[in-house]
Structures are given as structure tokens and as C-alpha cells.
Design a protein around this ligand. Structure first.
Ligand SMILES: Cc1cc2nc3c(=O)[nH]c(=O)nc-3n(C[C@H](O)[C@H](O)[C@H](O)COP(=O)(O)OP(=O)(O)OC[C@H]3O[C@@H](n4cnc5c(N)ncnc54)[C@H](O)[C@@H]3O)c2cc1C
Length: 369
């Protein structure tokens, strides 16, 4: 008999397992695939507190960051405290960034920006908002390494290649047979339909598809430095909504970048420990989603990228798509569809950033009982 069974070995499942096992609970994780291949392995690897509005979400992101640093250090996983730069190439972008009031951030002149990174274009650069808080991880390494670490350090049991079909307290039905657990936490990412289909309709969740690319390693140990965002991102993240100049910037972007708006494109860049640049992304929702990738989206991303990135090359080595569920009005969904069951999903594009902080909140009650 386990204290807690977890569905999904994506980052939310792993973060819940970490907190529970550290507190002495007997934890088992079931992952349908031979290794988790959902959103958690398909992202930029950006731990990105600056994308969270001040208040509960930002506090959760910072708490998460502390846990991340602890876990990454303990497990010996590559990471880099790169910080981030939001680049301004137009007056209206500079105006928004200069109005933006956020802890630890600093407006840098164009000359100061060039001291932080050698990877950007100088032409028309007005300056950038520097934030030291963001951390880059390699999602493939994190998702591959953490399960073994959690087993060795904290005694978590993993069953990979095992699908959970259903739960009737305390019985768990899986493709590897029956198990027993006092509690179930479902961290199945966007795949809620199999276990708790009603939650999809009940809880205002929207499905989002994103297109991503990765370059081959940059030559000669070339490093990007801070992770980069630019003008389009200012219209994307809620954090910037309090800036009075945002409306004017959005109006210009709407006029000049209609195709980008249509596909929800804003452009971010990170660089992993192998020197590869991870590039993206787009946002298509619900009925807009096609299983086929749209080449036009990748072209738009690369064209916008060329307006600010000056890397040795952008030779694309791989392209993929990812999916997540996003709650339409709340930062995440924590629901109890029946006794002893907790669903945690709907974190949208911030699941990596929020994971350990959110899991700490969810597991607090279970640990105390
Ligand atoms: C392209 C992309 C880029 C992103 N970039 C970032 C970023 O840079 N920073 C950031 O903070 N966030 C980012 N995100 C968001 C973040 O990746 C997600 O919010 C987060 O990974 C969600 O984690 P999860 O564990 O809930 O889901 P997932 O990683 O999807 O894991 C769910 C797991 O559950 C398993 N599963 C489902 N059903 C069952 C079942 N019945 N039985 C057994 N197993 C089951 C699946 O196989 C899967 O492995 C990005 C997302 C995408 C798609």
C-alpha cells in the first residue's frame, strides 16, 4: 500500500513526488511512456519568474526557483543562472520596458546590453530590461535524470511504460496490474480525457499547441549568455499589462505583425549546455489546432529572430510540437473530482517555472495529515 500514487512523470509529477517523499511518504509514480515525452521535455528549459505577475504567482515561481536550485545541485544536473534580457528595438518597446516595475530588474542602455551578450544585433537597439533571476535547464536532461535521483535519494518507486486506467479508493488499475494507494495525484498534463474527462469541460481549460525548433550546437563554444525575449513578448506575458504604454505597442504590433498575432507567435531563445539554441514559439488553441505542423509558423519565428539574434548560425537540427492545458481564468487548476484524488494541471506555459512551488502548496495538506 502506497501513501500517494502519482500519474505522470512530467515535471509536475516529479515535483510532487519530491516534496512527498522528502517528507517521508511512500510514493509511486506511473508513467505511460518508457520515458516522459509530454510538455516537460518539449519546452525551452526556461525557469522564468519574470513572466509571472507580482503576487501569488511570482511568489510561487520564486519558491519554485529555490527548490529547483536545490534539486539541480543535489542531482548534479546542468543548469545556468543566465538571467534574461527583454530587448527593445523601437521607442514603444523601450517605453513599456522602462515603465515595467519588477523586483531586481534594471534598464540597460544599448552599450550595457552588449556587455551582457554578444549574441544580438546592434542596429536600432534602444536598450533592454535585465533580470538576473531566470535559470536555464535542459529539459531532456532534467526529465531523464530526476526519476533515478528521486529513487536513489528519496526512495520513490517508478513504473514506466505503465498506463493508469482508473482509481477506486484505494485500488488503482494499471496496465501493469492492480496497486493500492491512499491518495492519487493526477499530473497527466494535457491528457485529462482518459481519467477525468468531466474536468476538461467543468474547469474552463483550453488546449494549446506550440511549435518549436532547436539548432545544431553553435561552433567554438560560443555562448549566448542571458536568455532572450524581444518586442512581441511584451504583448504576450501578463506581467507587462500594468504598463501604460502597452496599449500603443499592441496597436502597432497588431498593424505590423498580423500573421504573428494570428498564430500567437512571440520569440524566445535559450541555449543549453550542448551549445544548441532552443527557439520558438507559437500558440494555437482548441479548434485551431491541426496535428500537422505549419511551416509558415517556423518561417515567421526565424524571420523575427533574425531581427535581434546574431548567432554564428541558425541551422535547424530538429522541429517539434508541444501541448499544454491552460486554465482560462486562473494560473493553474487544482481540483478534487472525488475523495482522495487531486488533479494538478492547467499551468500553461509556466509549468516548469512554477512546478516545485506549486507542488509544495498542493502536497502541504497531504504531508500534514
Ligand atoms: C513547447 C513548450 C514550451 C514551453 N516552455 C516552457 C518554459 O520554457 N518554461 C516553463 O516554465 N514552462 C514551459 N512550458 C510549459 C511546461 O512545459 C508545462 O507546463 C509543464 O511541462 C507541464 O508539466 P506536466 O507534468 O503537467 O505535463 P507533462 O510534461 O505533459 O507530463 C504528463 C505526463 O503524464 C503522462 N500520462 C498521461 N496520462 C497518463 C496515464 N493515464 N497513465 C500514466 N501516465 C500518463 C504522460 O505520458 C506525460 O509524460 C512549455 C510548454 C511547451 C509545450
Amino acid at each position: 500500500m502506497f501513501d500517494v500514487a502519482i500519474v505522470g512523470a512530467g515535471i509536475l509529477g516529479l515535483a510532487h513526488a519530491y516534496h512527498l517523499a522528502r517528507a517521508g511518504k511512500k510514493v509511486v509514480v506511473f508513467e505511460r511512456s518508457a520515458k516522459a515525452e509530454g510538455a516537460s521535455i518539449r519546452n525551452f528549459g526556461m525557469l522564468w519568474p519574470i513572466g509571472q505577475p507580482l503576487g501569488e504567482r511570482y511568489e510561487t515561481a520564486l519558491r519554485s526557483r529555490e527548490h529547483w536550485l536545490h534539486v539541480l545541485g543535489e542531482a548534479g544536473i546542468w543548469h545556468e543562472q543566465t538571467g534574461s534580457l527583454h530587448l527593445a528595438y523601437a521607442d514603444d518597446e523601450a517605453a513599456v520596458l522602462q515603465e515595467f516595475s519588477f523586483p531586481n530588474t534594471l534598464w540597460l542602455s544599448a552599450a550595457q546590453v552588449h556587455e551582457k551578450t554578444r549574441g544580438i544585433r546592434s542596429k536600432n537597439l534602444q536598450g533592454a530590461l535585465w533580470s538576473p533571476t531566470e535559470i536555464c535547464v535542459d529539459p531532456r536532461e532534467v526529465i531523464a535524470t530526476l526519476p533515478a535521483f528521486l529513487t536513489e535519494r528519496y526512495g520513490v518507486t517508478f513504473h514506466f511504460g505503465t498506463t493508469v486506467f482508473g482509481y477506486s479508493h484505494p485500488g488503482l488499475s494499471t496496465s501493469a496490474g492492480a496497486f493500492q494507494s491512499a491518495q492519487l495525484i493526477v499530473c497527466s498534463g494535457h491528457e485529462l480525457a482518459m481519467l477525468y474527462p468531466a474536468a476538461l469541460a467543468e474547469h474552463a481549460l483550453t488546449l494549446c499547441k506550440l511549435q518549436m525548433m532547436r539548432t545544431t550546437p553553435q561552433p567554438g563554444n560560443w555562448r549566448l549568455g542571458p536568455m532572450l525575449a524581444a518586442g512581441l513578448t511584451l504583448a504576450h506575458y501578463e506581467s507587462f499589462q500594468s504598463c501604460p504604454s502597452l496599449a500603443a505597442l499592441k496597436a502597432r504590433l497588431h498593424a505590423e505583425y498580423a500573421e504573428y498575432e494570428r498564430y500567437g507567435i512571440h520569440v524566445l531563445v535559450s541555449q543549453n549546455g550542448h551549445g544548441e539554441l532552443t527557439l520558438g514559439d507559437s500558440h494555437e488553441y482548441d479548434q485551431e489546432i491541426s496535428i500537422f505542423n505549419n511551416e509558415q509558423i517556423d518561417t515567421l519565428v526565424l524571420n523575427y529572430l533574425a531581427t535581434f539574434l546574431e548567432a554564428p548560425h541558425c541551422q535547424i537540427a530538429s522541429r517539434w510540437q508541444g501541448f499544454y492545458l491552460k486554465h482560462k481564468t486562473q494560473p493553474w487548476l487544482i481540483a478534487h473530482p472525488e475523495d482522495h484524488v487531486t488533479l494538478v494541471t492547467g499551468v500553461g506555459g509556466a509549468g516548469l517555472t512554477l512546478s516545485f512551488g506549486l507542488a509544495e502548496r498542493v502536497t502541504k495538506e497531504l504531508i500534514e495529515t
